[in-house]
Design a protein around this ligand. Structure first.
Ligand code: NAP
Length: 374
């Protein structure tokens, strides 16, 4: 395993860690228990993947409980990064959320406490004041953000008033390389760690036998997932947090930084995977209910404005923050539409709140940046 500094702190972390979203759901058709899931996480730690990313809302807190159990007896060797949800960003709410995470993690400190998503209706000053209090009390050791644009990171840094902002967790994989434009260089020049989430594009990279990857993989005698992770962490300041429940995947991921890709293969990967966002009129995109994760979604503007599902931030709140700014961090994901009416070019599969926020912010009159999944 290769190690790197976590932000500008003295903490060293492995460049490959472990994600935990969904680890609490038993593997399909298996009769596995919580004990098995905890044992797998522990196996990952024993193989060197001692950086673990979790969140208060993964499995309604169960993922944190599993992390706590897996790190029992080796707590000081594990770097636990957890996340506070956007609905808990007011001062008192954040302090309470942190107490809840500490309890579930069965620990008296969190190594890296991250804001999961921005919430424009709570002033960052207030959130960061609570973060500073937690740090002074020793309950958290470093502060990070997730899903923040460069502008929002700059605001967060300013609100921290000299306290270090250690990391930025964002989606980064071969399908979505958007951060290479601005966020990655920004973090590199400001001594921040970039924690790449969904580094295997939620498994798609390995499932679809992508020609270029298969060729390099056969030439190097290394599975495609290892090539992808190796390529990702070859970028300065980048660590990756793949989620794996199969033990063979855990073993592969743990060894993904233990070799060096040929510069020629690196260049081939660089040029083969350049999915650029395109701009599409919002009325050519249909919101479908079977997108990634089958999450709940609004299908009409009226529903989105009403926000009866209680999303925080609401589409309207997000729209207010978007007006007059061009830095929506993540383009939404679409796939060619299956709607027979001919009214739509694409079905929306990811980014359902951001889509409606964009429609509201621009009165439906401005095309939206999308990444097209084939
Ligand atoms: P991911 O890590 O890109 O992909 C996970 C999928 O890849 C699983 O289906 C897994 O299969 C498969 N996989 C893992 N290792 C493999 C290997 N060596 N070969 C082939 N397939 C492999 O996706 P993710 O779970 O979305 O992202 C990882 C972590 O990032 C999450 O768990 C979470 O901690 C974090 N995250 C954060 C945010 C945020 O908003 N901050 C959003 C998404 C994710 P098996 O499970 O069957 O082994």
């Amino acid at each position: 395993m290769r190690y790197t500094k976590l932000g500008s702190t003295c903490t060293m972390v492995p460049v490959i860690g472990q994600g935990t979203m969904g680890i609490e759901v038993p593997i399909q058709d298996s009769r596995e228990s919580e004990k098995d899931a905890v044992a797998r996480l522990r196996a990952g730690f024993d193989l060197g993947m001692t950086l673990v990313d979790t969140a208060e809302n993964y499995g309604m807190g169960r993922a944190e409980i599993f992390v706590g159990k897996a790190s029992r007896g080796i707590r000081e060797k594990v770097c636990i990064a957890t996340k506070v949800s956007p609905e808990h960003l007011t001062h008192d709410s954040l302090i309470r959320a942190c107490e809840g995470s500490l309890h579930r993690l069965n620990s008296d400190y969190i190594d890296l406490y991250q804001i999961h998503w921005p919430n424009p209706s709570v002033p960052l000053q207030e959130t960061m004041e609570a973060m500073r209090t937690l740090k002074e009390q020793g309950k958290i050791r470093a502060i990070g953000v997730s899903n923040f644009s460069v502008r929002q990171i700059q605001e967060a840094k300013a609100a921290l008033d000299g306290e270090e902002l250690t990391s930025s967790q964002v989606e980064y994989n071969l399908f979505d390389r958007g951060i290479e434009q601005d966020l990655l260089p920004y973090c590199q020049s400001n001594g921040m760690t970039v924690m790449a989430y969904s580094p295997l594009d939620q498994g798609v990279v390995a499932q679809r036998r992508l020609k270029v990857l298969t060729e390099i993989s056969e030439k190097c005698q290394v599975p495609p997932a290892k090539i992808v992770l190796n390529w990702l962490v070859s970028h300065r300041n980048v660590v990756a947090i793949p989620k794996a429940r199969k033990i063979e995947h855990i073993r592969e991921n743990a060894a993904a930084a233990d070799f060096q890709l040929d510069p020629e293969d690196m260049a081939t990967i660089e040029s083969a995977f350049r999915t650029l966002p395109i701009e599409v009129p919002t009325n050519r995109i249909k919101v479908v209910l079977d997108g990634v994760g089958n999450r709940r979604a609004y299908q009409t503007l009226e529903q989105a404005l009403e926000n009866s599902l209680g999303f925080t931030p609401s589409p309207l709140e997000l729209a207010e923050d978007m007006r007059g700014k061009d830095d929506v961090l993540k383009p939404v994901r679409v796939r060619p539409s299956t709607d027979p009416s001919g009214k739509y070019d694409y079905d929306l599969v990811e980014g359902r709140i951001r889509y409606w926020a964009w429609v509201i912010a621009h009165d439906g009159g401005r095309p939206m940046r999308v990444l097209v999944r084939e």
